[in-house]
Design a protein around this ligand. Structure first.
Ligand SMILES: [Fe+2]
Length: 405
């Protein structure tokens, strides 16, 4: 009885948030796309009257020489810059604070984040702290805690997955509690997003696979959740189709520029969808597991996604059947259940073809309760999931992720 009342309470909160969200205006970053588009960054910065930018960039990209042209053009345009290339894979509070000091000590007035989800997320929190120095990172946890607007912000993703260049959110890790949490605010949406497929050509196979499955998870969780609108559903469907059509191609041949371009766009569309319609328990469980063991976010999502969709059962058959038809996996004459199961089987096939394991090898039986506790705390009532699950149900789900030898 108490659980039934709790579920009613969660749905009521979600319905209030959904109504409120309709009144909110989400900025769309100005999109610059195509091979070589990163070279437009200096001209864009000049037009935006930037004097000096902090460039938060992944070490791999910095070493690759792919930015030499951009840095040269910044100098030509008399735009100063400082480089910070020490972002950790799951940026910690200490890591972000170190980066903030560089911004403050070198008189920058703009931020460019060039990298995967971690550098972009790190940069968002640095930007929030830069103009809200009275607030600590822990004070920014949750929704709408950033009081003042952030400096001009340019995001250049170098992996096709997080969609962070389109979203309100940044995920940080508290290294003392091994907890991952999100900071979400409309002010964190970048001003510009540059999607240059040439920057993603060198992404290793397994990272291509896991980040791509992260983007797929964003699209699917946004689509099957209860906050979908025409706008988010359209973006989510398009993203799903582009990922199904291109991810395995670029996994096999990373130099396929057309495929890489489609994956960057798909990741961006999925980002636009989930930042408005939210994610679900796949992400809640992946964050919980990622915080405890440092498992790569995309890989955790890829493994958890089919299990959660199976667990949702009937509640997602209709939505998954719509996706299955959209991606040409079946037709209207088939039952919703058959189409939904075909789609889940397709995800499992993709995982298998890209060497993504069936379970989380780091997962230990004794941590299951804590993982379920943290995941349900994140998901209930925050995520408008198709089916609400309790801690006990979540424990059952997490148990399924243990690798059976
Ligand atoms: Fe994600």
């Amino acid at each position: 009885m108490i659980w039934t009342l709790k579920k009613i309470y969660y749905r009521t909160v979600q319905s209030v948030v959904r109504t409120g969200a309709k009144l909110v205006h989400f900025k769309e970053p100005k999109l610059i796309t195509g091979a070589g588009s990163v070279n437009k960054l200096p001209d864009i910065m000049k037009k935006e009257h930037i004097d000096k930018a902090l460039i938060i960039v992944s070490k791999t990209i910095m070493k690759s020489g792919l930015l030499d042209n951009v840095l040269g053009k910044l100098k030509e345009n008399n735009i100063g810059y400082e480089i910070y290339d020490s972002v950790k894979p799951n940026p910690t509070i200490e890591n972000i604070e170190e980066c903030l000091k560089v911004y403050q000590n070198t008189n920058c007035n703009a931020i460019a984040a060039i990298g995967g989800g971690s550098p972009i997320d790190c940069a968002k929190v640095v930007a929030a702290r830069a103009t809200n120095s009275n607030l600590q990172i822990k004070d920014l946890r949750g929704f709408l805690k950033v009081k003042k607007s952030i400096p001009p912000f340019f995001a250049v993703p170098t992996t096709a997955g997080s969609g962070s260049e389109a979203t309100v959110a940044a995920v940080v890790t508290d290294s003392t509690t091994h907890e991952k949490y999100a900071i979400a605010d409309l002010k964190l949406i970048p001003d510009f997003a540059i999607l240059d497929p040439e920057l993603t050509v060198g992404v290793p196979k397994q990272l291509t696979a896991s980040t791509g499955m992260d983007a797929l998870t964003h699209a699917i969780e946004a689509y099957v959740g209860k906050n979908g609108t025409n706008y988010t559903n359209h973006k989510a469907l398009k993203a799903t189709k582009m990922i199904i059509d291109n991810l395995e191609i670029v996994y096999k041949d990373g130099t396929n520029i057309e495929g890489r371009n489609s994956m960057l766009l798909a990741s961006n569309y999925a980002g636009e969808a989930f930042t408005r319609a939210y994610v679900g328990y796949v992400h809640a469980i992946a964050h919980s597991i990622g915080g405890l063991y440092g498992v790569a976010h995309g890989q955790a999502n890829a493994i958890i996604l089919p299990k959660v969709l199976e667990y949702y059962g009937e509640s997602v058959y209709k939505k998954l059947s719509e996706i299955a038809i959209y991606i040409n996996l079946g037709n209207k004459n088939e039952s919703q259940k058959d189409l939904a199961l075909k789609f889940i089987a397709k995800i499992k096939d993709m995982n298998k073809n890209m060497n993504i394991p069936l379970g989380i090898k780091e997962l230990r039986e004794e941590d299951i309760h804590l993982i379920a506790q943290r995941a349900t705390k994140e998901g209930n009532p925050g995520y408008p999931v198709p089916k609400i699950i309790s801690i006990n149900e979540c424990e059952e789900l997490v148990k399924n992720l243990i690798v059976k030898l």
